[in-house]
Write a protein that binds this ligand. Structure first.
Ligand code: ATP
Length: 259
């Protein structure tokens, strides 16, 4: 379980995140929504240790995040940020193999290679294995980075430990088919004792896939709970300044918001 208590982060006099407390449980697909600038990415950085809050604490299970050795953390936690380009060139397989760095010394083992191949296949990118990463399209790059974080958190059958997966807008460049394929994949991971924290902008994907929604507004949590309880007409109107109309998905019955 991931737990944050009273997190605040400011730059100068501006609060980017203010007094946030939340719990993210393994087994639940948690999606974070909110308008541009609401503080979603900043919260993710505080929860992953990329930024240090001026106030508040983060626990992974019973351990304070700041007390976990980096080598241990690298096997527990993976982050996909919004930044997809690299300052240097790598092949696709070299980039995916970066996810295995916490597990081998000098050279990847055959097991690491097998995992990298499997993760590439699970994002539909097996045939891109030997391409130069820089030559890929935006959506293809996003899928390769996803394969990298999946390789990092790959669980051997005897490993019962909790893993922590953080994805900042992982499907923003993906076509509809892959948006759904990747969210189904992440949902399966959530069900396998993984803490999953995913930032998205699409309310309807949250209705369809999220078990729990955290709606952020102006550096704070506006509301958290089931998608239906959180993404109500009044909440959407307040936070996004748009009036929603609700329909029902013809097969799934889940809610759909149109504007
Ligand atoms: N280094 C910085 N200096 C000053 N302000 C910053 C800095 N980094 C972020 N901010 C501001 O903090 C606020 C929150 O940013 P953040 O990236 O967390 O928002 P977000 O909810 O993820 O937005 P988006 O949906 O656009 O990705 C924004 O107003 C942003 O401009």
């Amino acid at each position: 379980m991931l737990r944050a208590e009273n997190l605040s982060f400011q730059i100068g006099s501006q609060y980017l995140v203010r007094d946030i407390s939340l719990t993210v449980r393994p087994g639940e697909f948690t999606m974070v929504l909110g308008p541009n600038g609401a503080g979603k990415s900043t919260l993710l950085k505080l929860l992953t240790g990329t930024e240090t809050p001026q106030q508040g604490k983060v626990w992974y299970g019973s351990q304070l995040l700041e007390s976990i050795p980096l080598a241990t953390l690298a096997r527990q936690k993976a982050v996909l940020s919004q930044l997809l380009s690299l300052p240097f060139d790598l092949s696709v397989i070299e980039l995916v193999m970066m996810g295995r760095y916490p597990y081998f010394d000098l050279n990847p083992t055959s097991h690491d290679k097998q995992i990298a191949d499997e993760c590439l296949a699970s994002t539909g990118m097996k045939s891109f294995k030997n391409r130069a990463f820089a030559s890929l399209s935006g959506g293809e790059k996003q899928k390769i980075h996803l394969a990298r974080v999946l390789a990092q958190l790959y669980r051997n059958p005897d490993d019962q430990s909790t893993k922590y997966l953080f994805l900042d807008e992982p499907i923003s460049a993906l076509d509809i088919h892959f948006q759904h394929q990747i969210l189904r994949l992440v949902k399966e991971l959530a069900m396998q004792n993984m803490v999953v924290f995913v930032i998205v902008h699409d309310l309807n994907l949250a209705f369809q896939y999220a078990d729990r929604v955290v709606l952020m507004y102006d550096g704070c949590i506006f509301r958290a709970g089931s998608p239906k309880d959180v993404l109500t007409e009044d909440a959407i109107q307040t936070v996004f300044q748009l009036k929603p109309y609700f329909l029902a998905h013809p097969e799934l019955g889940s809610q759909i918001a149109v504007f």
